[in-house]
Write a protein that binds this ligand. Structure first.
Ligand code: RB5
Length: 152
């Protein structure tokens, strides 16, 4: 079972604190033959996570990438930024059990990882679970439909 969509790359974004883990995840995706689009950052030079999170979120909303993975030091700043987009359900996770529930109950379309607080092996387990766990729908469908802020 996979949530990956044929012909749609996975979106990736990070700030400097997530740059190294983003590279590890890219290597993992390449080893599995999974295509991705990297929205940056592209070095460890200090930068601002919104500059990379907003384009990545917009690409998920536009159906250009699906799903996406985002990383900053704690995961909080980049998750806050992504979740400003009405079509984004970004879930900050640091263990596979959280990832499974974020998919099953929340239909998370962006996995957010805390680059400074997660071991690479655990992060890759999280990625596997993210890709392989389906949304349960049913009562959760009604709940996630209520998440977006309605325009008046
Ligand atoms: C960068 O130092 C750090 O503030 C950032 O990666 C993130 O943790 C913010 O939420």
């Amino acid at each position: 079972m996979t949530i990956l969509k044929e012909k749609l790359p996975v979106g990736l974004c990070s700030d400097h604190a997530g740059f190294e883990l983003k590279g590890i995840i890219e290597g993992y995706l390449e080893s599995k033959g999974i295509s991705y689009k990297d929205f940056g950052t592209f070095s460890t030079e200090s930068c601002d996570y919104p500059d990379f999170a907003h384009p990545c979120a917009a690409a998920v909303e536009a159906g250009e990438v699906y799903p996406a993975i985002a990383i900053c030091g704690t995961g909080n700043g980049i998750a806050m930024t992504l979740n400003k987009h009405q079509g984004i359900r970004a879930a900050l996770c640091w263990k596979p059990e959280l990832v499974a529930l974020a998919r099953e109950h929340n239909n998370a379309n962006v996995l957010v990882l805390p680059g400074r607080f997660i071991e690479p092996e655990v992060a890759l387990e999280c990625v596997d679970v993210f890709f392989s766990t389906e949304f349960e729908g049913r009562r959760h469908e009604l709940r996630i439909e209520k998440i977006p802020v309605k325009q008046c």
